[in-house]
Design a binder for this molecule. Structure first.
Ligand code: SF4
Length: 308
């Protein structure tokens, strides 16, 4: 394993260069030992991830981004959670598997990506057979994604913005566009489009999440265009659940919920582009603490109908 990714930390787009092994901390503030905020069966992801029994979610503390509207800021910014050794991480995964989880869902994993590689190798040796989901904000370095190649079955990245200025203003991510698009290309190279099993559960592939922001500040149309160019069969969650939490009140232009007249035309645009596999959300789904797709239904742009 390439320890330089940690001794000169290059795990995410910030590339802080700090020596994590020596106890130094970079922008994410993560230490060397992974911290976990929760491990549970989660029913609020997309239906192809949560299924009937739930997704085996391990939610990691800290985050490489600094979203001013973060719904999980107590975990991402306020360090809620507890340290977990490699052995404990392996046992968490195996316990979720025993509990009937459809997959192991690593949420906000980037700052611990190097350590997770070790845990995944050991978990698979110990009998983990479920698909592994890498549920990321999309600011992973290419070097990290290459290290993880072969260990991740399903990538669940955000494509938060298609504009560097806004990514820097609202999420503290410099050069976000280049990092995120290169990362999604690499994820797609590794695992391709989503493949379902006979129960309709994802077994492999990329499912991209894009949260539409008020005043079109996520630049949704070019983001959709990029995804369509990557693959017309790309799976996408076009999310409407934005609510102004955490420090959003400091930014008047995003200090309100999304309006139907902002969201609905983007569904038409997805249809015009020919995107085939899109999940949409009811605008009333705003207000959930965790991403909640309980309102989500498959959207078939070909006939502009919900629930195919
Ligand atoms: S994970 Fe990213 S933010 Fe954290 S120390 Fe490494 S390069 Fe910096």
């Amino acid at each position: 394993m390439n320890t330089k990714l940690l001794t000169e930390c290059q795990l995410c787009g910030h590339k802080c260069g700090v020596n994590r092994l020596a106890g130094q901390r970079g922008i994410c503030q993560a230490g060397i030992t992974p911290m976990v905020a929760s491990a549970c069966l989660h029913h609020g992801e997309e239906p192809v991830i949560s299924g009937q029994l739930g997704s085996g979610t391990i939610f990691f503390t800290h985050c490489v981004l600094r979203c001013v509207f973060c719904q999980n800021y107590e975990i991402s910014q306020a360090e809620k959670g507890a340290e977990a050794s490699t052995e404990q991480l392996v046992e968490m995964m195996l316990a979720l598997q025993r509990d009937g989880a459809h997959n192991i869902n690593l949420v906000s994993p980037t700052q611990y990506g190097w350590q997770l590689k070790t845990a995944l190798v050991e978990a698979k040796r110990a009998g983990l057979f479920l698909p592994v989901v890498y549920n990321t904000g999309g600011y992973d370095s290419l070097d990290l994604l290459l290290e993880l190649s072969g260990l991740i079955d399903i990538y669940l990245p955000d494509l938060k913005y298609f504009n560097d200025e806004r990514a820097a203003r609202y999420s503290g991510g410099e050069n976000y566009l280049a990092v995120a698009t290169a990362g999604i290309r690499e994820m797609h190279r590794q695992v391709g489009d989503i493949k379902l099993d006979q129960q309709g559960l994802a077994q492999k592939g990329v499912l991209v999440r894009h949260l539409v922001l008020p005043n079109n500040l996520a630049d949704t149309k070019p983001a959709l265009h990029f995804l369509r160019e990557l693959s017309p069969k790309i799976w996408l969650s076009l999310m409407a659940q934005y609510i102004p939490q955490y420090r959003a009140s400091e930014y008047p232009e995003i200090n309100r919920q999304l309006l139907p007249e902002e969201y609905n035309p983007l569904l038409d645009y997805a249809s015009e582009l020919g995107l085939e596999n899109v999940f949409i959300q009811d605008l009333n789904s705003a207000g959930q603490f965790l991403p909640d797709f309980s309102q989500t239904q498959p959207f078939n742009p070909a006939n502009n109908q919900i629930g195919t």
